[in-house]
Ligand binder design. Structure first.
Ligand SMILES: [Fe+2]
Ligand SMILES: [Fe+2]
Length: 493
């Protein structure tokens, strides 16, 4: 009997928690819609009045049960009265909108107190959207306006300076990373077009792009590696070549290459598949497996690539390594196995070719292709590659690469012991903490899609000294129709 009572009580608490979080989410959605409406309509407009009325009633309800309603932004996460607010994907854009608006005014906390009137709320929202953001003291200026208007039941707290600086820095960096990434795809597209027209390739632009990628990699390697989750954005070969370039530069940096060498490595990786312009499109884009004859034609691309690059006039800008990488990126470490071209007779491949081979394989097998039955998850790819360590891939280099992408590579879809789902956003640089990356929570334990913010799995519970959460298994994002790259793009959307 007692057990039954306890269960009823537990169910009741769970239900109450769920309905409270629904109301909070609703308030947030209403707040963002009221602000958007206020940007267009005057306060006496009926649409605005209706939105505001709905919002006001919701806040009143919550103030009755909770006594206060405090929203706080911290580390891209929203808290309500110290609890994390979980979002459904449908309301995610509302969250982004408000987070951006609050950041512009450097508002970290927004609170409503009992006694709040509809008039105060109307004024607050109207002033919020009317007030031109002053760059120097956005928070202080806005707070002063609220005081002047006598708005006493709404209070604000300034965002921590660290949060402001972090937000600005990260956002700027991520935006330029995305820009450079897509610019590189466009540039390669132009190169291919010019190549087809027998026009000169603009190598100076290529080198400049490599410089930008190196700068971005040295500031946020994880984010750049994360961007290589973007697949099939344009024609496969273009997107793939840029991914191999980014991975090779990250890899080269880990190996301690100097800046000039990194540029050369980047250029070499960028053009590694340029020979594919000579492969007929019906073979390149064939939805089924290639037959022997077609595969033989496909296998000519390293030779064509090397030949094309050798004919480039500006050899002082194009590194010789580019010719080698184009020729050798399908040659195995033991020179056997599925190596091609078969007429290749050197005793060993070049250093940059070994790097490009690893990055090329990793990106290719993790990309969905119509002719391939199964696409490997990123961790499956690493484990396949480790099986071929020393035979297909250079053993030492492969070890460094595996460390770079981690046991749980950036972009992996993982399940935690709390039954939440997340995406690996950053690996832990410490060897002992390789199983504890930073993870963005994308679904709660009930399978609802949410934006749970980024958590560090290296965090320990102070009492038990055990990790608060840990990874129990990985899943294939393709099977669950989850587009991993979206999570890297939306972080700075
Ligand atoms: Fe290739
Ligand atoms: Fe390739």
């Amino acid at each position: 009997m007692e057990e039954k009572k306890q269960k009823v009580r537990k169910d009741y608490i769970e239900e109450a928690k769920k309905s409270l979080s629904k109301i909070i989410e609703e308030i947030f959605i209403r707040l963002s819609s009221a602000m958007k409406v206020a940007q267009i309509y005057e306060p006496n407009n009926l649409t605005f009045i209706r939105h505001l009325n709905l919002l006001f009633n919701l806040i009143q309800n919550i103030l009755k049960s909770e006594k206060k309603a405090v929203f706080q932004f911290r580390q891209n996460t929203l808290f309500f009265n110290t609890d994390i607010v979980k979002f459904d994907f449908r309301s995610y854009h509302n969250f982004k909108f408000l987070a951006d608006e609050f950041r512009k005014k450097e508002i970290g906390t927004l609170g409503f107190e009992p006694g709040l009137s509809e008039g105060e709320l109307t004024q607050f929202i109207t002033l919020f959207v009317d007030d031109e953001v002053k760059k120097e003291n956005p928070f202080e200026d806005f707070e002063a306006i609220l005081k002047e208007k006598g708005i006493g039941h709404i209070f604000l707290e300034k965002m921590h300076p660290f949060e402001v600086a972090r937000g600005v820095r990260e956002e700027k960096l991520q935006k330029s990373a995305i820009k450079v990434f897509f610019k590189s795809i466009t540039h390669l597209k132009e190169v291919v077009e010019r190549e087809k027209q027998k026009e000169r390739v603009q190598l100076k632009t290529t080198r400049r792009l490599m410089q930008s990628i190196i700068n971005l990699v040295s500031q946020n390697e994880s984010f750049m590696v994360g961007l290589t989750n973007i697949k099939n954005y344009d024609e496969y070969t273009l997107n793939h070549s840029v991914n191999v370039t980014v991975l090779s530069i990250c890899f080269g940096r880990r190996l301690g290459l100097e800046r000039k060498e990194l540029v050369d490595l980047g250029v070499s990786a960028f053009f590694h598949d340029i020979g594919k312009v000579e492969v007929p499109e019906e073979i390149l884009n064939k939805p089924d497996k290639l037959d022997d004859n077609e595969f033989d034609i496909m296998k000519t691309h390293p030779w064509h690539g090397a030949q094309k690059l050798a004919c480039v006039k500006e050899l002082n800008i194009l590194p010789v390594t580019a010719i080698n990488v184009a020729m050798e990126h399908h040659i195995w470490e033991n020179l056997g196995g599925g190596s091609y071209p078969k007429f290749w007779k050197k005793k060993r491949t070049d250093f940059f070719s070994k790097i490009a081979k690893i990055c090329d394989f990793f990106d290719a097998v993790t990309t969905e292709r119509p002719y391939r039955k199964e696409t490997a998850t990123r961790e499956e790819a690493v484990s396949w590659m480790l099986e071929k360590s020393g035979s297909e891939f250079d053993a030492i280099l492969l070890k460094v690469f595996a460390d770079m992408v981690g046991i749980y590579p950036i972009g992996s879809l993982v399940v935690l012991d709390t039954e939440e789902w997340g995406i690996v956003m950053e690996t832990n640089p410490e060897m002992a903490l390789m199983t504890c990356p930073k993870v963005k929570i994308i679904a709660d334990k009930d399978g609802n899609k949410i934006d749970g913010g980024i958590i560090d799995l290296a965090e320990k519970d102070l009492k038990t000294e055990k990790f608060k959460k840990k990874i129990v298994k990985t899943l294939d994002p393709f099977k669950y129709d989850i587009n991993v790259s979206e999570h890297f793009l939306t972080t700075s959307a």
